[in-house]
Design a protein around this ligand. Structure first.
Ligand code: OSB
Ligand code: MG
Length: 368
């Protein structure tokens, strides 16, 4: 396989409603879509999951484009590639910048799956025909509004509720949810809003039968999470802290978590995501697929990744219509009763809607 042309576009897409976490609020999404074409004209598609502002990781839409244009695309263009696993090795000469790398690597995976006439799920080694999904609910203005959201998502069939917390919006919120929904599968995500000084507060979360507490401490910490886990019955799930296989190995050896949230963008692509999945499986660490408020292209990669065996907990891959008035793929990602049926057609299994993408594109460039 030889990639002879790559097109990057920056899209601007407004989410149906703003999404708030402990680090900020997002509604107008800027992100990159990358199309990698081979000489026969087949296209593979990838989505950049970096935000405009570096509040989740240090990367941004601009740094991603810079890395792709000046370093990553030149490493791949017109080179002979047998398998997408080679891409992460080719990228080793460039440090970090995992989201930029994943944008291109995911497109190569899609292209490879299409060229070898199989679904991306199949190419990755996944076997599930349908995947189980939950929903991530941003911080709401009032507890009543949050309870209403949860009621709606339970009726829609979502398999677990993830609620964002931050100091001042934590114990009271969870207590109110448990009072109204004593049995609903529930977890919290703090996006690094606490420190070990908050240990007494975090210990109180043990009383609410939570599936897990996601990323309570610093985004680059692995040691304090291990200390905290010793004081908690509820498993800690790491998100921001796990940017590589090595991070996962460290966290597992130190006992920093019982669960890992895998995002292809945060770890540099699908090959690394698979390696982390396999490592966790060997060590009885459960994994699930996180989300970055993706459009349909990134969402499709999440669907395929989740078909691997050790993705045993519902992920954050909600349906397209939860986020967007109209998604850029056809058909859209559809959730029924908490399940997504995994497409069986070649590659990502959803057709990019070029006409709509053209309307949403704010800038683009072709590399040959
Ligand atoms: O921490 O998982 C997170 C969204 C943006 C940045 C970080 C996170 C999230 C979510 C939403 O929780 C996941 C989604 O619905 O795509
Ligand atoms: Mg998270």
């Amino acid at each position: 396989m030889k990639i002879t042309e790559i097109k990057i576009r920056q899209l601007s897409m407004r989410m149906k409603s703003p999404f708030s976490t402990s680090f900020g609020t997002l509604q107008d999404k800027q992100f990159l879509i990358l199309e990698a074409k081979d000489a026969s004209g087949i296209s593979g598609w990838g989505e950049g999951v970096a935000f405009e502002i570096p509040w989740y990781t240090e990367e941004t839409v601009k740094t991603s484009w810079h890395m792709l244009e000046d370093f990553l695309i030149p490493l791949v263009l017109n080179k002979d590639i047998q398998h997408p696993d080679e891409i992460s090795d080719m990228f080793k000469v460039i440090r970090q910048n995992k989201m930029a790398k994943a944008t291109l690597e995911c497109a190569v995976w899609d292209l490879y799956a299409k060229k070898t006439k199989q679904s991306l799920s199949n190419a990755l080694g996944g076997a599930k025909k349908k995947i189980e999904v939950g929903i991530s609910i941003g911080i709401q203005p009032t507890i009543d509004q949050l309870l209403q959201c949860i009621e709606n998502y339970i009726s829609a069939g979502y398999k677990r509720m993830k609620v964002k917390i931050k100091p001042g919006k934590d114990i009271d919120v969870i207590q109110a949810i448990r009072a109204k929904f004593p049995e609903v599968p529930l977890m919290v995500d703090a996006n690094s809003a606490y420190t070990l000084d908050d240990i007494e507060l975090l210990k109180k979360l043990d009383e609410y039968n939570l599936m897990m507490i996601e990323q309570p401490l610093a985004s680059d910490d692995i040691i304090d999470h291990a200390k905290l886990q010793k004081h908690l019955k509820t498993p800690i799930c790491l998100d921001e802290s796990i940017c590589s296989y090595e991070d996962a190995r460290t966290a597992i050896e130190l006992g920093s978590c019982g669960i890992i949230n895998i995002k292809f963008g945060r770890v540099g692509g699908l090959t690394e995501a698979k390696r982390i999945h396999d490592l966790c499986q060997q060590h009885n660490i459960q994994v699930w697929c996180g989300g970055m408020l993706e459009s349909g292209i990134g969402r499709a990669h999440n669907v395929a990744l989740t078909t691997l065996e050790n993705f045993v907990l519902p992920g954050d891959t909600a349906g397209s219509s939860h986020y967007w008035d109209q998604d850029i793929i056809s058909p859209e990602v559809h959730v029924e009763n908490g399940y997504i049926s995994v497409p069986e057609s070649f590659g990502i299994g959803y057709e990019p809607n070029i006409e709509l993408m053209d309307q949403l594109t704010v800038s683009q460039k072709v590399y040959r």
